[in-house]
Structure formats: C-alpha cells, structure tokens
Ligand binder design. Structure first.
Ligand code: ATP
Length: 142
C-alpha cells in the first residue's frame, strides 16, 4: 500500500462531531500500544484509547490539537475515526479550569489514591498538553 495521499479523519463524542477533515498523520495514545502515529496506508486497526493529547496533522500544514478522554480509534488505509467518550478541541479548552482541576487532583492524591482522582488528573494533563504543551504540565509560569 502506498504511503502517500491523505487520511479522512473524524473525531466524535457521544454528543457531536468535533472534527472532520483531511490529514497526513494522526498521533494518539492507546491503552495497549502507547502513543501511535497513523499514516495513510496503515493496516486496519482498532484500539482502546486512554486520556491523551491527540495531534492531527492537516494536509494544509497546520496541526489540530485535541484532548481525547478515552474511547476507541478505528483505522483503515484511508481513514482514522476517533470515537471518544469525551474530547475537546484545543481552542475550546479552558486552561484555568484545567489547571484548577490538576491542582485539586494532585492535592487529593496526597491522601488516598483512587481511580477517580487518577483519571481526573489524566484528563487535566491531556487538556493542558493539548492547549499549552509541556510547560503547562510542569506548571511553568508564562
Ligand atoms: P472539572 O473538574 O473542571 O469539571 P472534569 O475533568 O471533572 O473537570 P469532565 O467531567 O471530564 O470534567 O467534563 C465535563 C464537561 O466539561 C465536558 O463536556 C468537558 O468537555 C468539559 N470540560 C471539562 N474541563 C474542561 C476544560 N478545562 N475546558 C473546556 N471544557 C472542559
């Protein structure tokens, strides 16, 4: 299969279509395989997703960043579909809210660890990574 051309990419949540467009590459994070890049011509694949910063490299050269919180990715040679449990486009992420959620989760984790708090922290990390990069995760002032 030729590794040229583009991918039709759709990202949906239970409520709506968040993104639909043509891309040259999609990077997301699966439960079993860690971070994976999908290019045109990729073999068919179905994977469960963890909370992550997903990057869609658009054919025009721009990058669409998203926070994706679980769900599935379905891949074929000509398309990538992300069926998320919930997701946000970078531009829709309220950074102050995500920072506050991260702080609350970190404080809660000083007590007893529980799965709910851990997933809240992973959601906050995904939102901060999608909207601001690594400096946001590390809490750098800028
Ligand atoms: P918070 O504690 O701030 O509510 P959360 O991780 O518990 O964060 P969710 O339950 O995952 O929030 O999401 C509830 C709704 O709010 C969803 O529609 C989600 O897309 C939206 N949402 C949550 N945090 C943000 C954010 N920082 N920016 C934009 N939308 C957000």
């Amino acid at each position: 299969m030729a590794e040229t051309g583009s991918l039709r990419v759709e990202v949906v949540s239970p409520e709506r279509v968040l993104f639909s467009g043509e891309a040259t590459q999609v990077i997301t994070r699966t439960l079993d395989g860690g971070e994976i890049a999908f290019l045109p011509g990729h073999i068919s694949f179905l994977g469960a997703l963890v909370e992550n910063h997903t990057r869609i490299y658009l054919t025009g050269g721009a990058v669409q960043d998203l926070a994706v919180h679980g769900g599935f990715v379905e891949v074929a040679p000509d398309h990538v579909t992300i069926l998320s449990d919930s997701a946000e486009l970078a531009a829709d992420i309220d950074i102050a809210r995500a920072r506050a959620a991260k702080q609350r989760a970190e404080e809660a984790m000083r007590g007893e660890h529980d799965a709910t708090v851990e997933s809240a922290l992973r959601r906050a990390h995904a939102r901060l990574a999608a909207s601001g990069g690594v400096n946001e995760i590390l809490g750098a002032k800028h």
